[in-house]
Structures are given as C-alpha cells and as structure tokens.
Design a protein around this ligand. Structure first.
Ligand code: SAM
Length: 349
C-alpha cells in the first residue's frame, strides 16, 4: 500500500535515501532493428547474437499486472522502451491495457514511449488511438552520413523525420527528441539539430554519452559535458534556465527567450541526479532494476509465474524499493566502472 508523504508530499513509497517511487520504464523487448554504435554495436550484436527466447519475455498480461502493482504504490508515469519497443508485435494492445490504469488518486497516468522512430509512420495512429499520450524519438544527427554511421544500419534521417511527423499528426505531443552527443562523432550536428527542433516545435534533449553496459567501449573523453552543450546553444540563441516541471525530472530545462521553445540537457555523467531519482525499470525478461547502472535485477517474472496474489506482488515490489540505496552516478569512479553492468538495451533505456 502506498504510504502518505513521499518526498513530493503525495502518497508513495520511499527508499533508504528518501526518494519516492514515481516512474517506471518497461522494456518490452531486448531486440532492436538499429545497431547504434554506443548501444548495440554490430560487432557484438551480429547475426549470431542470441536474444531472449519468447517464453522468457513477459507477456502483455504479465506486464500489465506488474505495472498495476507499481501504480498502486504511487507510480504516475509509465514509459515503454526496449530494445526498440515498436518491433514488439501488437504493441497497441499493450498500450490499451496500460492506458486503462489510473493513479492512486484516480488520475490518468503519463503514458509514453521511447523509440528510434523507424516504425512510427505505421504505428503512431494505432498507438495514439490505444491511449498513448506522447513519444520521445531518438535522433542523433540530421546528416545522413553521421546518423547512418551512428545507427549502424545506414537508416536514413528522412524516415525518422517522417515518423516524427506521423507522431505529430496523431497528436502524440509534446514530442521530445533525444540526441546522444559523442565527442568527435556528432558534436558538429548540435546546432543544426537545435535549429531544426526550434522550427519543428519539438523539445530537443542532449544526452551525455553514458557508461552503460560494456559493449560500447565507453571513454570519458568522448563525453561532451552538458555545460559545454549549453554554451554552444547560448552562442547561437538567447537562453535562460527553466524550472523543473517536477522533482526527479531527468533533463535540465532551458528556454529560448526569443520564443523558440525549450531544450534540455541530461547530464548523467557530469551532474548526476541520483538524489532525485524516482525511477524503476523492468527488463523484457521481467527483472526489476532500481538503477540504470545496476549489476543485478530482481526476478519479478519468477514471482509473477509462481501464482502470487496481487497483494504479495505489491509487497515484493515495495520491498525492493524500500531497500534501495543505489546512487551509482554520484559514486562513479575507476572502481565502479569495472563493475559488471547490464547493457542498456537489455534493461530498457
Ligand atoms: N530503441 C529506442 C530508442 O532508440 O529510443 C529505445 C531504447 S534506447 C536504449 C533509449 C535511449 O537510450 C535512446 O535515446 C538512446 O540514444 C539512449 N542511449 C543508448 N545508449 C546510450 C549511452 N551509452 N549513453 C547515452 N544514451 C544512450
């Protein structure tokens, strides 16, 4: 049962550092049609790579039941992710099931999805009709050569832009666009992406390249710090910081003072935000993770398949959150970087 007085004053469960459980990211598949060099490089995730067999992936019914347990404990936001969530068959059916859930105060949930956009032209409308409220699309450059090299399959920019247009036509707004910035790879795309986002009316968010997983060969000198990104934008347009919309928001928001909308920076490497982290993650195979940099997850699939009652399932989830004390990004050091971390596509980005 949700207790009164989460750190935001609303009912919820808190962890050992006083952080309230408010949002859940659900990975619906570990598969992806892209091979982004910083996430699922094709040298590692080639033809022979063994993805999860179907029976190990949570069914829609299992996902809905687990999400319902989280929502009963105070979760207000659900984000569907992957892998690439749009490669999961019949995804609108799951969206319809999740859209029927309401928060502990009876209000609708913030139901959203992160996608590479490649299948949005076909799926934006069915997803919106099923109850999806908005989307975040990942796009790292408007330059085909740069983007094609980063996505690992030469996927054209134009098709992602068309997917974003489809999302807009379907009313999945506000649309956010995530751009991972890597030094020497796509820094040169920062200003053109910002100019495009201002014109298109989408909220661009620059993400610092993170040391998730082990496959991407991450190096600190490839991280472009958020502060540097902000200065690049400030040199081109007038900007001022904007207040967070809620405690635990991952992006620092900036407003263009000439009416050009806003952008965000997600500085998980240079300005970790562990102290306000309200997120849990469920991987496609039903493991609950309380940190993106976790070494291990908690096996909710085994619990779900053991015939527990809803109350027992909720107690399992609540116990995990109540014991949570992780703050990897604040402790990041040579020692933590050697820990065996789980890949982002597996855990759900
Ligand atoms: N396939 C979907 C997509 O492309 O958005 C959802 C999953 S993807 C893992 C979620 C987000 O994580 C994307 O915006 C991606 O760019 C970002 N991401 C993946 N690896 C990253 C890394 N090492 N550092 C920062 N962001 C990363």
């Amino acid at each position: 049962m949700a207790q009164p007085n989460g750190f935001d004053g609303r009912p919820g469960v808190t962890d050992t550092l006083g952080r309230t459980l408010r949002d859940l990211r659900i990975s619906v598949t570990d598969r992806c049609n892209f091979r982004c060099t910083y996430c699922m490089p094709r040298e590692v995730f080639g033809r022979d790579y063994e993805f999860l067999p179907k029976d190990q992936v949570l069914s829609f019914e299992e996902i809905e039941r687990l999400a319902r347990a989280f929502v009963g404990l105070g979760v207000e936001k659900l984000r569907i992710t992957g892998g690439e969530p749009l490669v999961r068959h019949d995804l609108p059916d799951l969206i319809a099931m999740l859209a029927a859930l309401t928060g502990t105060d009876g209000s609708p949930l913030d139901l959203t999805l992160t996608t590479n956009g490649s299948a949005l032209r076909a799926l934006a409308r069915p997803l919106a009709d099923a109850g999806l409220r908005r989307v975040t699309v990942s796009l790292d450059s408007l330059d085909d050569a740069v983007f094609g090299a980063m996505n690992g399959i030469d996927f054209p920019v134009e098709r992602v832009l068309d997917g974003i247009a489809a999302a807009s036509e379907a009313g999945l707004a506000p649309i956010k666009v995530n751009m991972v910035v890597r030094r020497g790879i796509n820094e040169s795309s920062v200003l053109s992406m910002a100019a495009w986002a201002r014109d298109a009316g989408v909220i661009l968010r620059f993400i610092e390249y993170m040391d998730v997983g082990h496959s991407n060969g991450w190096r600190l000198d490839e991280v472009v710090p958020a502060s540097e990104l902000v200065e690049m934008i400030r040199a081109a347009w007038p900007i001022e910081p904007a207040d967070p919309l809620y405690r635990g928001e991952v992006a620092d928001r900036w407003r263009y003072t000439d009416g050009g909308g806003e952008f965000g920076v997600i500085a998980s490497v240079t300005q970790p935000f562990c102290r306000d982290c309200t997120r849990a993650r469920v991987s496609a195979d039903g493991k609950i993770y309380t940190c993106l940099f976790a070494v291990d997850g908690h096996d909710a699939r085994a619990v779900l398949r053991s015939g527990v009652s809803d109350a027992e399932l909720a107690a399992f989830v609540e116990g995990i959150w109540a014991r949570r004390g992780d703050r990897y990004s604040e402790l990041r050091s040579a020692a933590t970087s050697r820990l065996p971390k789980v890949e982002m596509f597996a855990m759900g980005g």
